[in-house]
Design a protein around this ligand. Structure first.
Ligand code: NCD
Length: 352
């Protein structure tokens, strides 16, 4: 009988290196909670697997074959925060692999309305399904779900699809997959990645920074209005991992240096007292007229949804990669799920 001895309070205090080990069970990645869990070797596997799943899905024969692989598995999509592409891409990623899905998107339609704790709701999902994919306002909930199921020795996997303003590891995965595609077409040499916007509360930006430790030869230009600069823990991470970075609030002036421009929207849903209204975000707007300033082979990304950070007219420019990036989300997520259920070799062996 395995002995998982940590109380929730003890568990939270563990260093990330220790947690990473506990999130793997029987040599399988059981819980994907934070972007620091991704290592270069696993990322390479996931990218190759995503390419293969995408290729197989193009033919009926390939798609049918993929759908047999996890047809005995069921997933719950527990999304209590708004979501369009993360929800849809996970939903379809499950179906690509034959996983049946149920969903809970509105706490008001569940027993949480009757006073049930989120922990009990999670245990209930675990009673019926093999995988819980969750997006919630509470930064701690996905991690707590993994702790709870681990402690109770329940063989149910958990994927964090966005934990408040803290982390969005699968967005980081699809961003890394998109960067990998962009860089494999580009000339070699150091790449400058601009990450612009709300870097304080943007979980996509935070998780992207964490996953970028796996990319050699990159330099980060972190551009944000002063009140929305990265938090200290992220700064410490960059220093500790020897990632070259500069922080500035000058957006337009720095565009010419960028090989990648990663735009983000202001995360005003996390305002405590309407503070976003006081911030001048208007200069963090990629205008069509700026296209002439940026490199011919630069890549423009955005986790979406956008407001007005990127002019719609830019969509037609071949440097606009955000729709491709969005499509990559489904393949990257299917790849991650396949990997977590240990079927990557079965997929790689399929030949037509
Ligand atoms: C992001 C998110 O929810 O954090 N969106 C997404 O998942 N594609 C970014 C955002 O909402 O700004």
């Amino acid at each position: 009988m395995r002995n998982f001895k940590y109380s929730w309070e003890e568990y939270q205090k563990l260093p990330i290196s220790k947690k990473k080990k506990l999130l793997i069970r029987n040599s399988e990645l059981s819980y994907l909670i934070f972007a620091q869990q991704f290592e270069r070797k696993v990322l390479e596997k996931l990218f190759t697997l995503a390419d293969k799943i995408r290729f197989l899905s193009k033919s009926k024969e390939g798609a049918d074959k993929l759908q047999t692989l996890l047809s005995h598995k069921r997933a719950t999509l527990f999304f209590s925060q708004p979501s369009t592409r993360t929800f849809k891409s996970f939903y379809n990623a499950c179906h690509i692999l034959g996983i049946k899905t149920t969903e809970l998107r509105d706490g008001a339609s569940s027993s949480q309305k009757k006073g049930e704790s989120p922990e009990d709701t999670i245990l209930t999902f675990a009673s019926y399904t093999d995988l819980i994919i969750m997006r919630n306002n509470e930064e701690w909930l996905a991690e707590k779900a993994s702790w709870l199921l681990n402690k109770k020795n329940r063989v149910v996997k958990v994927i964090n699809a966005g934990s408040g303003k803290d982390q969005h590891p699968t967005q980081a995965l699809l961003d890394a997959y998109t960067l990998h595609q962009a860089f494999s077409k580009a000339k070699s040499g150091k790449k400058t990645i601009v990450i612009a916007g709300d870097l304080k509360r943007g979980r996509a930006a935070r998780s992207l920074i964490y996953i970028l430790k796996n990319f050699k030869d990159v330099k980060l230009l972190l551009i944000s209005p002063e009140p929305l600069k990265i938090e200290n823990d992220v700064r410490k991470f960059l220093l500790k991992n020897y990632i070259e970075f500069i922080e500035t609030d000058k957006f337009k002036e720095n565009l010419k240096k960028a090989d990648v421009i990663y735009m983000t929207r202001i995360q005003d849903e996390y305002d405590v007292s309407n503070e976003s209204k006081e911030i001048d975000y208007s200069t963090f707007h990629l205008k069509k007229s700026y296209l002439k300033l940026i490199k011919k082979d630069a890549v423009i990304m955005h986790p979406l949804p956008r407001r007005d950070e990127v002019d719609i007219e830019i969509d037609d420019d071949e440097r606009a990669w955000y729709w491709k990036q969005e499509r990559n989300g489904m393949w990257a997520r299917a790849s991650l799920i396949a990997y977590m259920f240990g079927i990557e070799n079965d997929i790689m062996k399929i030949n037509f």
